[in-house]
Design a protein around this ligand. Structure first.
Ligand code: PGA
Length: 327
């Protein structure tokens, strides 16, 4: 969906540019007979100026086109600054080896633990975004400054992070985070100018009882109510079937991922509006790797991935980026 939008934009831009570049040649070759040279010169200068304005508009427009999204969630996998530095070095080399078209198509966001955010941001290639894996506390509904040990949105932004990952199943299921608290965090992040990767997902028993979509709509609905109007471009929804995440898990079939993501997009369309449904990116997460990425990337309502294990290996990550970029 996002790719289609970008392709359409590029087609239109190319058309405008081509037509406007030929315009002065038509005018100067057909009109000198009837216009004196000063008029021709003025005319040509005006057209040239117009071309420059069009070019500027085109460049700005294309650079704001929504990209496909890949989030790499490190979780607690890297636990020393030496390993962090090695990982960042590998990511930088990987990013530099991509084609420009691949880089342009993808927004890559690395999510290290809090303590490494500053270090990663300082050393990582500037074209790669950095996001926190969480913010604020695991309990309570108020993002209160008096909570010792908490990390606020402002702190995250102050070290140059642009994203925050919220609602991951580890936090929902192991640390007891509830929809309402997650919604509070979503609002706080967006108010601070951060983008939000909002993870939602059903447990195995919920799926077995036919409650998958109901669970997902509830989780998404509570968070969606906290998203201010016009902020949906800063939201990435990550559908994470909890039973499909981690070592030994069975990935969700591409057909099911498409069915769910289409239903989620429709939910936002109906509840919030068509603009929100178009601006929001709907991604898939759960055992995505360099082998199965192509099957998900081809889906109409999968605008990217959040990866865990595969994101720790720059070679695998590169392959996933290339697959998605060419989808
Ligand atoms: P995985 O993790 O890609 O290793 O399954 C995904 C996640 O935790 O979101």
């Amino acid at each position: 969906m996002v790719t289609n939008l970008m392709t359409q934009r590029w087609a239109l831009l190319t058309f405008i540019l081509r037509s406007s570049l030929f315009f002065p040649f038509f005018s100067s070759s057909t009109e000198p007979a009837i216009l004196n040279s000063t008029v021709v010169l003025l005319f040509t200068m005006t057209i040239t100026l117009l071309q420059l304005v069009i070019l500027l508009v085109c460049v700005t427009w294309s650079s704001t086109a929504t990209k496909l999204f890949i989030g790499a969630n490190w979780k607690c996998s890297i636990e020393s600054v030496e390993d962090v530095d090695r990982q960042v070095e590998g990511l930088n080399e990987m990013w530099s080896s991509l084609d420009q078209a691949e880089k342009d198509a993808i927004e890559l966001c690395i999510n290290p633990p809090f303590v490494y955010l500053d270090r990663v941001r300082a050393k990582l290639h500037k074209e790669i975004s950095v996001g926190s894996q969480n913010a604020l506390d695991a309990r309570g509904h108020s993002p209160d400054r008096r909570n010792t040990g908490a990390t606020t949105m402002a702190m995250i932004r102050s070290v140059g992070s642009e994203w925050v990952l919220l609602g991951h199943s580890d936090r929902r299921n192991n640390l007891g985070e509830k929809d309402k608290l997650i919604a509070t965090k979503v609002r706080a992040a967006l108010d601070e100018g951060l983008g939000v990767t909002l993870t939602i997902g059903e447990l195995k028993w919920q799926r077995n009882m036919g409650l998958a979509l109901r669970t997902l709509r509830k989780q998404l609905g509570v968070a969606a109510a906290a998203v201010p109007e016009g902020k949906w471009e800063s939201v990435v929804v990550a559908y994470e079937p909890v039973w499909a995440v981690g070592e030994g898990a069975t990935p969700c079939s591409p057909e099911e991922a498409q069915r769910v993501n289409a239903a989620l997009r429709k939910f936002i369309h109906d509840k919030v509006g068509p603009e929100a449904a178009k601006a929001c990116r709907f991604t898939y997460t759960g055992s995505v790797n360099e082998i199965n990425a192509a099957a998900y990337a081809a889906l109409a309502d999968v605008d990217g991935f959040v990866v865990g294990r595969a994101g720790l290996d720059p070679v695998k990550l590169k392959s996933i980026i290339q697959t998605l970029a060419s989808s």
